[in-house]
Write a protein that binds this ligand. Structure first.
Ligand code: FAD
Ligand code: NAD
Length: 468
């Protein structure tokens, strides 16, 4: 490093402009903390550019196309169209337009709040000093507080690295052309969200999952309607199977079945979606010698690392790798630095899987409650008994509530069905506010809405559901 390196100083320096980093920056600036944010790519991070938002755009487009296709000839609704086509290049352009608007919006918000944004690659020198390589110089920034929000990267299979026909979600979100046959490795969030979308776009999709069921992180009853939908859609499932690698011709995937036999699945593209890992390499993190929790940066319930005034949030700190968790942690760290007393102890962390049907979990499932030694009751209300579901032609799924037996305090909600992602707000609020079954059961829910199933589940747990 030359002696005339340009230098800057700030109170809070944030590495990474994803949902964790940019929210921390906005909140810190609101609280009067001089803040600099360093981002090497686009603001918004994985979430806005190559994650949550573009995946939901593609899922929506695929759903619309499948709907249009279902009207060819005739339909129960009396709608008929002669044909349906999709121009995937145009779909990708539309998706990129949304991403551009949102990343531009984040830039505008940071500017409005007077956050200094530097486009460049940050390398940690020590807990108070970071070098940033921009397009034209290397800048040295000193800070009082350092917030690490570098996010995560897709896990690569060593025997089948990314490149050629092997792609990660990033490439799958921007297809130049649609493959004829897609093999998806991993039946988790990404594998199923994108696998279903590709199937709806007319692609032959096979999913290879190591565990013996899809979405193994969720309870089995909850994922049954998803498995049934995969069957209806014609997604080929290879459960309890291990991937061995590409075949010699490079146009297929060799897998080992649960009975030990080997099969080959033809593929134009192979989407590897076997999880994400914290991005801990390539930016000098090791120089801080922080305590790690496995592959993640270890943090306490205030997102403090093992070094004073060095903080870490979001995917860098491990599971659950969710945008809303990163944002909530970022907001909290800014508040702690400003002097507020805060801890990251959410009563419940919602998780939504945007499959068809969608899956939502907030708080404890019946099994988790039991494992925690809590005496609980639980009840489900099926969408088959909900009028709104019928008008939406989608009666699969249910809402389930879990509450303490003694005082009926609600500890968890689970739902699977069309559009249930939007119920996560009601679920989260009832838990955060300490609602009981009686509170939700006595709330007048608008008719006809899917939300009535929330009230009915609570009433059913109390033994007096009205519509089942
Ligand atoms: P990131 O969003 O990963 O941001 C980190 C940023 O840091 C990046 O922009 C990176 O360029 C930058 N950076 C890293 N190192 C440096 C450096 N040395 N110098 C400068 N900049 C650096 N979550 C949900 O909650 N809901 C969803 O529906 C959902 N869908 C998803 C779909 C897909 C396909 C994927 C891949 C993820 C999805 N996620 C979803 C997860 C979500 O995107 C992440 O949890 C979230 O983005 C994590 O935020 P973060 O701020 O921790 O990190
Ligand atoms: P994931 O952990 O959800 O699923 C990975 C799946 O791959 C698991 O079911 C696992 O059993 C399976 N698997 C692992 N190794 C395998 C192998 N060698 N062969 C076959 N199967 C194998 O991971 P993901 O789908 O890659 O998503 C990464 C992360 O991104 C998620 O954990 C989540 O935090 C985030 N994400 C969230 C959302 C959302 O909130 N809606 C959507 C997409 C991604």
């Amino acid at each position: 490093m030359t002696s005339h390196m340009n230098t800057q100083s700030t109170t809070l320096l944030i590495i990474g402009g994803g949902p964790g980093g940019y929210v921390a920056a906005i909140r810190a600036a609101q609280l009067g903390i001089a803040t600099t944010l360093v981002e090497t790519e686009n603001l918004g991070g994985t979430c806005l550019n190559i994650g949550c938002i573009p995946s939901k755009a593609l899922i929506h487009a695929a759903e619309e196309f499948a709907k249009a296709s279902s009207y060819i000839g005739n339909s129960a609704l009396g709608i008929a169209v002669p044909s349906a086509t999709i121009d995937i290049a145009k779909t990708v352009q539309w998706k990129d337009g949304i991403v551009g608007k949102l990343t531009g919006g984040v830039g505008a918000l940071l500017k409005k709040h007077k956050v200094t944004v530097i486009k460049g690659w940050a390398s940690v020198v020590d807990g108070k000093t970071v070098d940033v390589k921009t397009a034209d110089e290397t800048l040295r920034i000193s800070c009082t507080h350092l917030l690490l929000a570098a996010g995560s990267l897709p896990v690569e299979l060593p025997f089948m690295p990314f490149g050629g026909i092997v792609i990660s979600s990033t490439e799958a979100l921007s297809p130049a052309v649609l493959p004829k046959k897609l093999v998806v490795v991993g039946g988790g969030y990404i594998g199923l969200e994108l696998g279903i979308a590709y199937r709806k776009l007319g692609v032959e999709v096979s999913v290879v999952e190591a565990v013996d069921r899809v979405l193994p992180a969720y309870d089995a009853e909850l994922t049954k309607p998803v498995a049934a939908a995969l069957d209806r859609l014609g997604v080929n499932l290879h459960l309890g199977c291990t991937v061995l690698g590409l075949n010699a011709a490079g146009n297929g995937v060799r897998i080992k079945n649960s009975d030990g036999t080997e099969t080959e699945l033809a593929a134009d593209k192979v989407l590897v979606a076997v999880g994400r890992r914290p991005r801990t390499e390539g930016w000098g993190l090791e120089s801080l010698r922080l305590d790690m929790q496995g592959r993640s940066v270890g943090v306490d319930d205030q997102c403090r690392t093992s070094m004073r005034d060095v903080w870490a949030i979001g995917d860098l700190t491990g599971e659950p790798m969710l945008a809303h968790r990163a944002m909530a942690q970022g907001e909290m760290v800014a508040e702690i630095i400003s002097g507020k007393r805060r801890h990251f102890q959410p009563l419940a962390m919602p998780a939504v899987c945007f499959t068809d049907p969608e899956v939502v979990v907030v708080g404890l499932s019946p099994t988790e409650a039991q494992q925690a030694g809590l005496d609980c009751i639980h009840a489900s209300f099926p969408f088959a008994a909900n009028g709104r579901s019928m008008t939406l032609e989608s009666t699969d799924g249910f809402v389930r509530v879990v509450a303490r037996r003694d005082n009926h305090l609600i500890l968890g909600w689970q739902a699977v069905g069309c559009g249930v992602s939007e119920l996560s707000a009601a679920f989260g609020q009832s838990i955060a506010m300490g609602a009981t079954l009686e509170d939700v059961g006595a709330t007048i829910h608008a008719h006809p809405t899917l939300g009535e199933a929330v009230q009915e589940a609570a009433l059913r747990a109390l033994g007096h559901a009205l519509h089942v």
